[in-house]
Design a protein around this ligand. Sequence first.
Ligand code: UDP
Length: 315
Amino acid sequence: MKKSILLTGAAGFVASHLAERLLSEGYRVLGVDNLCTGRMKNIEGLLQHPDFTFLEADVSRELPDAVRMQNWEWVMHFASPASPPKYNALPIETMLVNGEGTKLLLDICKARGAKFFFASTSEVYGDPLVHPQPESYWGNVNSIGVRSIYDEGKRYGEAMTYAFHRTHQVDVRVIRIFNTYGPKMDPEDGRVVTNLMFQALKNEPMTIYGDGTQTRSFQYVSDLVEGVIKLMNTNYVWPVNLGNPGEFTILEFADLVKKVVPTQSELVFRPLPSDDPKQRKPVIELANKVLAWEPKVKLEDGLRMTLEYFKKFEI
Ligand code: UDP
C-alpha cells in the first residue's frame, strides 16, 4: 500500500514542485488549493498521474469528512500567499490559512496519527538584527506593520505546531524557507525575481526599491525540495532553515539578471516599502548537520533555467 500525503497549496509555486517529487518517491498525493494565488497551470501535468488527486478547497475551513478521516502518513501545509503584494492583497486570508488552517490540519494529524510538516519562512526573523540568521534567533518583527499579516501568521503557525507537539505528541517538522525562485513562479507575484526578469525581457525599466543596497539570498526550488524530502526522512522536530547562503544586494541581483537576460532596460528607483528587511542570509549549519544538505544550484544557473520557463509566457 502506498503512503498518502495531504499537501496544501499544491497549485502554488513551491508545493507543485514538491508534489511532483513526492509522486516520484512513491507517495499518493491529495493536493488541496483554493487557487487564491495558486494556478492550475502548475499542476496540469500531474492531473493525469494515477496517484495524484486535486481538491479545490480552502484549508482555513474544515475539510470534508472523507478527507479528514483518511489514514494520512503526512499532512504538509504549504498553502499561503507568500509574496508581499499578494499577502497584502489578501491580508485576512493569509492570517487565517496560517492560523486557523494550521490548527485544523493539526487536528487531523492528532486524530489520524499523521505527521505534520509546516512550511514556515525566513520572515519570522523580520528585519533581522542578527546577521546571518540562525534558527536560534527570535527575530525582529513589527507586529502591526504591513508585513505582520505574513510574519505573525507564520509565527502563529509555528507556535500552534509546537503546541500540538507538546500537548498531543504530534510528530512535526518545520522549515523556514528563504527567498526561493524557479520555474512555475507566478509572473505577477510582484517579487524581485519575477519583476526584474520580466521587465528585462520586455525592455522595460527595472524597478529597484530603495537604493538597492538591501540584501537577499536566493535559493533554486529544486534545492528546497531536496531539503524537504531529507527532513521528512529524519526525526528532527525543530525548525530548520532552508536557503542558499549566497548573499546579493538587489543591485548585484539586477546586474546578474541583465547578464542572463539580454536587455536594453535601465534601472529605475522606487520608494522602499515599509519594514522591508535590510539584509537576509541563512545560517545553514543545522541543515548541513541534520540533513547532510546544502544547496547545489548557483544563482546564475538557476536564473537561466527560470528564464527558459518565463520565455514561454506571452511578452
Ligand atoms: N524589490 C525590488 N524591486 C522589485 C521587487 C522587489 O527592488 O521590483 C526588492 C524588495 O524591496 C526587497 C527585495 O527586492 O528588498 C526582495 O523582494 P521580494 O518581494 O522578492 O521578497 P521579500 O524577500 O522582500 O519577501
